[in-house]
Write a protein that binds this ligand. Structure first.
Ligand code: ADP
Length: 483
């Protein structure tokens, strides 16, 4: 039996702002329970829905020193079991009492220093000694650092290995050395350029990358990209140096949660057999729900995304007038940077009946948008893996993507000559290429409908469940443990 602990800042179904939550909440369920005792630890945010929080079981609490600034900080431990997996929640209302998981950067830094240290301190209390601590993103970056410093000589942690998974290299947890040092209690010698120091500041993600036994990221292409200057976010040198301990394992999606045959969020359930008719019904229901003209002949293209520059929205801005022609309806579901929220609000006002801007986060509604759309647009500047295109494929919705990171690895482009491919893609970060690709997709949709419908079915039949990738993680765990 191998003991694995996932450490992360979000996890479905409890709390989600992006794809990280899907991965952390789904992957542990896939491992063979006879071989793996995989548990998950996240913060006990006040904004986790009460239907879960009310059922969390109190396990224990204690007080922990945290750097020079505070001693005796409260650490509560709550537990909840779901689908045979034990989830732990670090409880501290001062840090996790807000109405959303992340807020001001300085405050987040302190929050996740606290979280990382608390995770280390909790393990003997719950009597769970992981063989591997699997850390996700910068919020868990200090866990491997603590393991190799403050907890180095503690017998309980001897032989514990760490894997660090990069879901997005852009977010790193950077603040000045003095503050991070005094909050974390880490020794002075880790704040050097070969360890946590980064351009005179301290970088929590870098700490994880330096100290982890192995690094993974969420697609093969992104694993290569982050070793280059353009995608490396200032850490490409370090990542190239760790090249022998770095690989990409592409994400899957939860085939139970995202299953159009059983999904109760959508109007009409469907599989590959009754897809065409049912998708038309879902399209009409969606149009009605969001106040667009109910007309199944329109090409409905959607964006379901955090609204940030990473997601290629500057290209969309450039082409939007021309995308929204009289045959097309454009649906946006997302929140984020006000400049993009307002861009879509403005277009909804300028182009009534053609563009619907839904500036909100709603999981159930997202399912209806996936089911009711003909195509989903993911023109990202960079995309470590991307789940949107995988969910779209499952719902018979054709992804139109830029060839970067996981988008490149998962969306084989349509080839009209041999009738292969499951989506459309373009190579360069360029608005005209985006527009041309959308226009080409429309041409296939309107003029070669049979080919389009076959492409939809090929997409639905492509297996992007977690089975393959979970196997790769298991192989990696064995390799890291030398078993
Ligand atoms: P990222 O992690 O960079 O945000 P991913 O493509 O990996 O991007 O994951 C995004 C996830 O969040 C998908 O499951 C997508 O459906 C979901 N999502 C994004 N925005 C919204 C929203 N406004 N409402 C509901 N779900 C959303």
């Amino acid at each position: 039996m191998k003991n694995i602990l996932f450490v992360a800042s979000e996890c479905v179904p409890f709390i989600k702002t992006g794809g990280l939550a899907d991965v952390v909440g789904t992957l542990p369920k896939i491992f063979d329970k006879n071989e793996y005792d995989c548990r998950v630890i996240i913060p006990n945010y006040r904004c986790i829905p009460d239907k879960y929080r009310d059922n969390f079981k109190y396990v224990h609490h204690f007080y922990m020193d945290m750097g020079e600034r505070f001693n005796s900080v409260h650490v509560g431990i709550m537990e909840y079991e779901l689908d045979g997996i034990k989830f732990y929640f670090v409880d501290n209302l001062f840090y996790f009492g807000g109405d959303k998981p992340y807020a001001d950067t300085r405050y987040d830094i302190e929050k996740f220093i606290y979280f990382s240290k608390a995770v280390m301190a909790i393990l003997p209390v719950i009597n769970f000694r992981p063989d591997i601590i699997h850390c996700h993103d910068w919020q868990a970056g200090l866990v491997p650092v603590y393991l190799h410093t403050l907890y180095r000589d503690n017998p309980f942690y001897q032989g514990v290995k760490t894997i660090f998974t990069i879901h997005n290299l852009r977010f790193q947890g950077i603040w000045d050395i003095k503050t991070i040092r005094s909050l974390s209690g880490l020794p002075e010698w880790v704040f050097t350029p070969d360890k946590l120091e980064y351009k005179k500041d301290a970088n929590m993600l870098k700490g994880g990358l330096v100290y982890a036994d192995y690094i993974t990221t969420v697609s093969d292409t992104y694993a290569g990209e982050i070793q280059t200057e353009y995608f490396g976010e200032g850490l490409n040198g370090l990542l190239s140096a760790r090249n022998q301990s770095l690989c990409g394992i592409v994400n899957g999606i939860d085939y139970e949660a995202y299953n159009p045959e059983t999904d109760t969020n959508i109007t009409k359930q469907y599989g590959t057999k009754n897809c065409k008719k049912s998708k038309a019904a879902n399209k009409k229901a969606l149009q009605q729900e969001i106040g667009l003209p109910v007309d199944e002949s329109k090409f409905v293209v959607s964006i379901i995304s955090r609204l940030t520059d990473q997601k290629g929205l500057d290209l969309v801005r450039y082409a939007l007038d021309r995308i929204c022609d009289e045959f097309t309806q454009f649906v946006v579901l997302g929140t984020g940077d006000p400049q993009y929220e307002n861009l879509f609000r403005e277009y909804a006002w300028r182009m009534p009946g053609r563009l619907s801007a839904n500036i909100l986060f709603n999981e159930g509604f997202a399912h209806r948008v996936y089911a009711g759309s003909d195509a989903v647009l993911v023109p990202s500047q960079f995309e470590p893996c991307g789940l949107t295109q995988l969910i779209a494929l499952r719902y018979g919705t054709v992804p139109i993507v830029r060839e970067t990171g996981g988008l490149k690895d998962t969306v084989q482009p349509y080839n009209e000559f041999d009738g292969t491919g499951i989506g459309f893609s373009f190579a360069n970060y360029n608005g005209d290429e985006l527009l041309n690709t959308i226009n080409y997709a429309k041409h296939i949709y309107f003029d070669c409908r049979k080919e389009w419908d076959q492409m939809v079915l090929r997409g639905m039949k492509t297996d992007y469940s977690w089975a393959n990738s979970a196997k790769k993680y298991q192989d990696l765990y064995c390799r890291v443990l030398g078993w």
